[in-house]
Ligand binder design. Structure first.
Ligand code: NAP
Length: 533
């Protein structure tokens, strides 16, 4: 193995978090190296190339705001940007800020060990590259480790199979093929209408029906773009503070669902349904507070499904019975309509799960379903998966995955006690996936950069979460999640989608502005809750 190259900071991942982290630290004069497994930038948008992939946050909002020139220059074409356009944007950012020269592509970090004598992170990769860095920044993404259930016999399947999160870059031609897709989360709900148009026949295997709101996607109106660009910062500020404070435009009707008349219920839900997208749950201000209140919204969506899907048995199977919003709401283009096609069938695998994969297809309840292609839209080992797959060791050789065996433990989602100078961008117990991710990424990257520069100015060597502050933060995250309906169903927010993963609610539900203010106060108070050395 070659000798470790000495640098100031190593960043793991070249998605939106890693790219901006590189830009900020390098602009501040640090010697920085990014390590990226893929052969290009873009993270999620590099890997998730399945048909129909697009962002469920509106395009004018889902972009960096650190550069006015960048946000003025870039032109989105649709209300919800398709994956190729977001990837083109990521590549444009990499070119514009000359980022590639500090990114090592096609290289995977295998281990990061903290050397307590030198106060440095020793980072090993699957190539002949090792690094020694003062700071290690994990920009590994929240949804980047795919979850492929351990289906017996998968290796015997004679057809082709794909996971939506690891889609072949050359694309897949499903023309006239018999296709089976497992899963009905966001990835499946986006890809099913596209697969159905191409395939000879498509069979959807559904374990849990999901709530989905129409995207009403369209070309962006030129007037709207001009209006936003006339004062982009004001648009950003309003999105951050309005509504549910998740860095995305949602006007909340400040009324309890229990105070609404029948006519008002219909009017507010219908109005949000016509707008489309995530904002549906802002029809009233307490839809995630009680099951009774939530049920009004859930039933409204079920009625829409029943009206859309012509076959009543299929329609009923597609009606979800969990709380609406406890799993991330899906945003779709013609999802429910797709079940009216002659070449699409829905199979319920809740009571009779996939038993095994055979040479020809899937065996379920003693019946074999034969396919040319299988698509697994089975999600991700979210938030902690990518971190757990690396051998990360802090003080006394403690492995992060052992410390987090019963669930992640962090202070502010930024760092974990015993792991000095290790930062997690959009880490567990920060708002991350409950927000417009790019807003959360920018907030974290700015905070971490300011922290590192402040340490350098003061000649400090290490920063590390104080165990007491960490315990208090973990309790706070759990407490406020417990006041909502979020933990009430088996979502990836809870790790409940991965067999054996501890059931702990991982994102911070308090909203981005509240959270960012807490981070600012910590910084202003000499990084209170962190131990500086
Ligand atoms: P997901 O929401 O976790 O959905 C996975 C699906 O696979 C679920 O329907 C799940 O059923 C099913 N499944 C898993 N294991 C199974 C098994 N053994 N047998 C049968 N079914 C099984 O994953 P995802 O759809 O990839 O989405 C994950 C997240 O990525 C989203 O919530 C979203 O945050 C993000 N995403 C965003 C976009 C976007 O921006 N538009 C697009 C795609 C994804 P159960 O529900 O019963 O577990």
């Amino acid at each position: 193995m070659s000798e470790s190259r000495q640098i100031d900071a190593v960043i793991v991942g070249a998605g939106f978090a890693g790219m901006f982290m590189l830009h900020r630290l390098r602009s501040a004069g640090l010697d920085v190296q990014v390590i990226e497994a893929g052969d290009g930038v873009g993270g999620t948008w590099y890997w998730n190339r399945y048909p129909g992939a697009r962002c469920d946050v509106e395009s004018m909002e889902y972009s960096y705001q650190f550069s006015e020139d960048l946000q003025q220059h870039w032109n989105w074409t649709e209300r919800y940007a398709p994956q190729p356009e977001i990837l083109a944007y990521a590549n444009h950012v990499a070119d514009r800020f000359d980022l590639r020269k500090n990114i090592q592509f096609e290289t995977r970090v295998t281990a990061a060990h903290f050397n307590e004598t030198e106060n440095r992170w020793l980072v090993a990769t699957d190539k002949d590259i090792t690094l020694s860095a003062r700071f290690c920044v994990m920009a590994t993404g929240c949804l980047s480790s795919t979850n492929l259930p351990k289906f017996d016999g998968l290796d015997t399947f004679k057809g082709e199979w794909y996971h939506t999160g690891l889609w072949p870059h050359k694309g897949v031609d499903f023309t006239n093929k018999r296709v089976g897709i497992v899963g009905t989360g966001s990835s499946a709900i986006q890809s099913i209408p596209q697969l159905a148009k191409q395939a000879g026949h498509l069979t959807v295997f559904q374990r849990t029906a999901n709530f989905s709101i129409p995207a009403h996607n369209r070309q962006l109106e030129a007037d709207f773009v001009v209006e936003v660009k006339a004062d982009y910062p004001a648009f950003r500020a309003a999105n951050n503070l309005e509504g549910t404070c998740f860095g995305s435009r949602t006007e909340v009707n400040d009324q309890s669902v229990f105070d609404a008349s029948e006519a008002e219920l219909q009017q507010h839900f219908e109005s949000k349904w016509q707008i489309g997208g995530f904002g549906f749950l802002s029809a009233f201000n307490d839809l995630l507070a009680t099951r009774e209140g939530n049920e009004f919204a859930a039933e409204f969506v079920r009625q829409k499904i029943r009206k859309t899907v012509k076959d009543p048995v299929t329609a009923e199977l597609l009606c979800p019975n969990q709380v609406i919003g406890c799993k991330r709401i899906c945003v779709d283009i013609d999802y429910f309509e797709t079940y009216n096609r002659d070449n699409v069938a829905l199979v319920n695998v809740k009571d009779h799960p996939v038993e095994r994969v055979t040479e020809r297809g899937l065996m379920i309840n003693g019946e074999e379903y034969a396919f040319d292609c299988l698509v697994f839209a089975t999600g991700f080992d979210a938030m902690t998966g990518s971190l757990a797959r690396m051998d990360i060791r802090g003080r006394d050789g403690l492995a992060l995955k052992d410390k987090w065996a019963a669930g992640p433990r962090t202070y502010l989602g930024l760092g974990s006690a015993g792991f000095p100078n290790l930062f997690t961008i959009s880490g567990p117990q920060s708002p991350s996936v409950l927000t417009n991710m790019i807003c959360s990424i920018e907030q974290h990257v700015n905070w971490v950069t300011d922290c590192i520069l402040s340490m350098n100015e003061r000649g400090l060597t290490t920063i590390e979460a104080d165990p007491k502050a960490e315990d208090a933060w973990v309790d706070h995250v759990n407490e406020i999640a417990g006041e909502t309906l979020y933990p009430s169903c088996n979502s990836w927010y809870l790790g409940a989608n991965v067999p054996g993963k501890p059931r702990v609610f991982m994102p911070y539900v308090g909203g981005l502005p509240v959270y960012a203010e807490k981070c600012n106060v910590v910084a202003q108070n000499n990084y209170a809750g962190f131990v500086l050395g």
